[in-house]
Structures are given as structure tokens and as C-alpha cells.
Design a protein around this ligand. Structure first.
Ligand code: XMP
Length: 517
């Protein structure tokens, strides 16, 4: 069983980052709500308590009973986590005179303490708290101080319990990774063996044990997450996995046959369903964006369910849900950040259990696992694509003719992004496609006058959309080279019948969104 660190989440914005840093050390970790510590899990090697938006003395502050953990696991409190341990042991936590945000330096620290091994003199740390520990009980030993903060770090004497008031997980804490490494390897004894390969091995074993000989259904979208989940399950249970890939007719050019072919080459047991007739019929004349989305969502569920029902002995529904998809439901402060959209609404009478093998992974980890599984690069490196497909990129009603125009224009844009090479920050050659988060063409509901040869034209306009982003929550328009834009514009107008004008969308999100509808 994979050894792991548990991070108890008290609601800080940087909790995820703690997880990332530990995974980067090749140590597996899971982030759980502060009050959901798993019982009877022998693979746990240590526990980290995160920061929090609350003060320890707030009525509403999240409080955890650590009595069962203390003495059993090494503990590290970060910011609120440190204040909580100090406060609940009789220390004093008060509002800081001046709120302590930003850079500070560890002026004095105990170089012999195992948490601080290898930390350099005056190492810069990042503070971000409105409260501070003003006194610690006698059994606490202060092991680091900054100019402003006397108790920057402490250890409970003779116990494996530490607290740091700064944030080792943020990059501004120069030796933060070293401190986290000291904790997870030196103190907790984790061996740094977690990797994509070990994830694949342990997950395949777990899936075999969990599923046995049951049949599993999975909806494929052509995207990275569902593809990786499918190949992982295929390795575990082979033909007992049935994948359903629905074509709503609103995918990019040739996407359906190409991706279906890729899936077959990967050995997947996949049923491709061409349901485009139904979608076009139901979308006819509909112009309202929300209405379009609703129809597509409803039709998708209907088509998927009709196929799923044919697999009468299915016991599980597998999904490519990844960790960021679940943040909304895990977010213990109750703030809704983003609602996620996976296949929903399977009939209750099918009584399917849910299987989500990627639910602890971040996007880049999913990609690494996909590469480990031998999934081809053109599937792994793909841009995100909206579930409702090109429907949200055709403003106004949807017809086959408009989809054809958009597919052709999109094909030119995406192909050109793949072909245009540039140097990345490390001087390595890459494509513009790899440098943008997402790109596509939007068909506008306007016609304008143009001239081709001696002919007056009165045709459609399209907008190119390309954005940079790290998570799609915010995005900026990509600064694509003018020469590149000129070439794409030229190619589209010359080759795509029905388009005589190309524009470039220079809006960022917020206040705009990535998709136009
Ligand atoms: P917006 O347009 O809200 O999009 O800035 C953010 C990201 O989500 C994708 N998107 C969707 N993905 N189903 C999906 O699976 C949807 O209904 C959907 N709508 C938008 C969008 O392409 C971008 O990556």
C-alpha cells in the first residue's frame, strides 16, 4: 500500500498548494476536510494541518480533536494549524499589531532541529496572517523567530509535533520545500517513491480489488480525463469495461472517427454512438444560449442512458473526475467556486456505484499518468473542449451548414497553432498550440461586405479565440504573433466558403468568459 501524508484542510487558499509541493517530492498525499480523518488506515505516515480564513478564537472557527492523532503520527501545523495547536494547548493567539503579510526572514533558528535541517541563515519566509502566537505553553520550544514574529516556528518538547506560522508551501518561502521535505521524509519517514508509474500500479491493484468481476460503464468525451480513466480501468478489468462515446455532431472536424480509432488502438471496448440527427433536430431554431445548453445536456443523458441500459449487468459507473472538479464539494468554507459538469442523471433504478480513479490527481498529474499508460501525445496534450461542443461557438441557431463552416475554420486555426513553432521559456522548441490553454473559432451572427476578385461578397464573420490560463477560472487573451494571425486570417478567408472576415477576440476573463455562450 502506498504510504501517504494526510493534509487536514481548515479552508486556506493554499491547502492545495501544500498537496502539490508534497507530490512534487514524490510523496503521495490526500487533502481531507479537517474533521474527516480516516480511521484504520495503516498507510498514513504523518499529518499536516493547513491554514484557515478563521481566527482560532472565532465562534465559527474549524476545530479538530487532535487527541487521537497526537503521539500516533508526526504533526505539522501551518499558520492557522500552528496557532490552533498552540491555542488548544494553553498558548495565546492574538490579533497581530500590524497584520503580518509578505516577506520576512528567519533571523534566529535552531539549526539542529530536524524540521529546519538545511535551512539557510536569514532564509526568506512568507507570512500571511492577521493573528499571531504571543505566548506558548512551557512544553513548547520556539525553534525559529523573525524580526516581527517571536514564535515563527515551534516544537512540542519530546513530541513529534511542530508548528510554523509562515507558509512553507508558497514559492516565496525560499527553503519551504526543504522544510516540507524534512517533515515528510526525515520526520515521517516517507520514501519518495510516489510517481506516475507507482500510481498506475497501485491504482490498478486497487481497482481489481474494488471491482472484481463486475461490469463497468464509462462515458468517453475525447478529452484527457475520461481517456486516462478509461485506459487505467482497461488495464485493471479489460473487457468488463464498456465505454460509450456519443457524437452529438458538434465536435471538431473528423474528431469522432479519429478519436474512436485512437480508443480502439488503445484496446478499449468502446461503443461509438452517432446521435447527431437527434441533436440537430432538437436544436433546430433555438437561439437562446441557455436553452441550447439545456437541450444538449438532456439529449446527451438520454442517448447515454439508452446505451447504458443495454449493459444490463453493469454495477459501476466510472468517471474521469479529477481533484479540481471536486473542489466545490470539498470546499469546506462553503463558497461555491465553480460547478463542475460530468455525466449526470443516470437512472436510479440502474443502482450503479461510482468509481473515480483519478479523483486525487491534478491535471498535470493526469497527463503524466496518461503518458505512463502509453496514451498518444495528441490525446494527452489536447486543449479542454466544452461539453456542448461547437454549439456554444455558433451564436444564434444551429444548422449543419454553420457547423460545417465552423469546423473548417477551426481546423485551419488549430492546425496552424500546432504547426507554428516558437521557443519556450527554457529555449526549447514548442508549438503555439502547446503555449495556449485553449483555442477555437467562433461563428458570429453577422454578415459583412467584402470583395473577392471582381466580385462583391456578403458573407459571415468569425472570431478567433485563444487564451492563456492555468485553471480556466481566469484567462487572458493570448498574444499570438501578428504574422501568425495574418496567415490564419488569409487561409480561412481563402479556403472556407462562406467567410469573408476574421477578427481576433482580445477580451480577458473576467469580465468575459472563454466561450462566447
Ligand atoms: P468559460 O466559458 O466559462 O469556460 O470561461 C471555462 C472552461 O470550461 C469549458 N466549458 C465547459 N466544459 N461543459 C464542459 O465540459 C460545459 O458545459 C462547458 N462550458 C464551458 C470551457 O471550454 C473552458 O475550458
Amino acid at each position: 500500500m502506498e504510504e501517504k501524508i494526510i493534509i487536514l484542510d481548515f479552508g486556506s487558499q493554499t491547502t492545495q498548494l501544500i498537496g502539490r509541493r508534497i507530490r512534487e517530492l514524490n510523496v503521495y498525499c490526500e487533502i481531507l476536510p479537517y474533521n474527516k480523518f480516516p480511521q484504520g488506515d495503516d498507510s498514513i505516515k504523518g499529518v499536516i494541518l493547513s491554514g484557515s480564513p478563521f481566527s482560532v478564537y472565532d465562534q465559527a472557527a474549524f476545530k479538530a480533536d487532535l487527541s487521537a492523532l497526537r503521539g500516533k503520527y508526526p504533526l505539522l501545523g501551518i499558520c492557522y494549524g500552528a496557532q490552533f495547536i498552540a491555542y488548544s494547548n494553553g498558548g495565546t493567539v492574538e490579533p497581530a499589531d500590524s497584520r503580518e503579510y509578505g516577506r520576512a526572514n528567519l533571523d534566529r533558528f535552531d539549526t539542529g532541529n530536524p524540521l529546519l535541517k538545511g535551512v539557510r541563515p536569514h532564509s526568506q519566509v512568507w507570512m500571511s496572517h492577521g493573528d499571531t502566537i504571543t505566548s506558548v505553553p512551557p512544553q513548547f520550544e520556539t525553534i525559529a523567530s523573525t524580526k516581527e514574529v517571536q514564535v515563527a516556528a515551534y516544537q512540542i518538547k519530546g513530541e513529534k509535533v511542530w508548528g510554523v506560522q509562515f507558509h512553507p508551501e508558497v514559492s516565496h518561502s525560499e527553503d519551504g520545500t526543504q522544510i516540507l521535505k524534512n517533515f515528510v521524509t526525515g520526520i515521517c519517514g516517507c520514501r519518495q517513491t510516489w510517481s506516475s508509474a507507482s500510481f498506475v500500479d497501485t491504482t490498478v491493484d486497487e481497482l481489481k480489488a474494488q471491482i472484481g468481476n463486475d461490469r463497468v460503464i464509462l462515458g468517453l468525451s475525447g478529452g484527457v480525463d475520461s481517456s486516462v480513466a478509461a485506459v487505467l480501468l482497461n488495464r485493471a478489468i479489460g473487457r468488463n469495461l464498456t465505454c460509450i462515446f456519443v457524437d452529438h455532431g458538434l465536435l471538431p472536424n473528423d474528431e469522432f472517427p479519429n478519436v474512436l480509432h485512437d480508443y480502439e488502438c488503445l484496446g478499449l471496448n468502446v461503443i461509438g454512438v452517432d446521435a447527431s440527427e437527434k441533436f440537430f433536430r432538437d436544436l433546430e431554431g433555438v437561439t437562446d444560449p441557455e436553452q441550447k445548453r439545456k437541450i444538449i445536456g438532456r439529449d446527451f443523458v438520454e442517448v447515454f442512458n439508452a446505451e447504458a441500459r443495454k449493459i444490463t449487468d453493469a454495477r459501476w459507473l466510472a468517471q474521469g473526475t479529477i481533484y479540481p472538479d471536486r473542489i466545490e464539494s470539498l470546499n469546506i468554507t462553503g463558497k461555491v467556486i465553480k460547478s463542475h459538469h460530468n455525466v449526470g442523471g443516470l437512472p436510479k433504478d440502474m443502482n450503479l456505484k461510482l468509481c473515480e480513479p483519478l479523483k486525487w490527481l491534478f491535471k498535470d498529474e493526469v497527463r503524466r499518468v496518461g503518458r505512463e499508460l502509453g496514451i498518444p501525445e495528441h490525446l494527452i496534450g489536447r486543449h479542454p473542449f466544452p461539453g456542448p461542443g461547437l454549439a456554444v461557438r455558433i451564436l444564434g441557431d444551429i444548422t449543419r451548414e454553420k457547423v460545417r463552416i465552423l469546423q473548417d475554420a477551426d481546423d485551419i486555426f488549430i492546425r496552424s497553432l500546432r504547426e507554428w513553432t516558437v521557443k519556450d521559456a527554457d529555449g526549447k522548441e514548442t508549438s503555439l498550440y502547446n503555449q495556449v490553454w485553449q483555442a477555437g473559432v467562433v461563428l458570429l451572427p453577422v454578415q459583412s461586405v467584402g470583395v473577392m476578385g471582381d466580385e462583391r461578397t456578403y458573407e459571415r464573420a468569425v472570431a478567433l479565440r485563444a487564451v492563456t490560463s492555468t485553471d480556466a477560472m481566469t484567462a487572458d487573451w493570448a498574444r499570438l504573433p501578428y504574422d501568425f494571425l495574418a496567415k490564419v486570417s488569409n487561409d480561412i478567408i481563402n479556403k472556407v466558403k462562406g467567410v469573408n472576415r476574421v477578427t481576433y477576440d482580445i477580451s480577458s476573463k473576467p469580465p468575459s468568459t472563454i466561450e462566447w455562450e
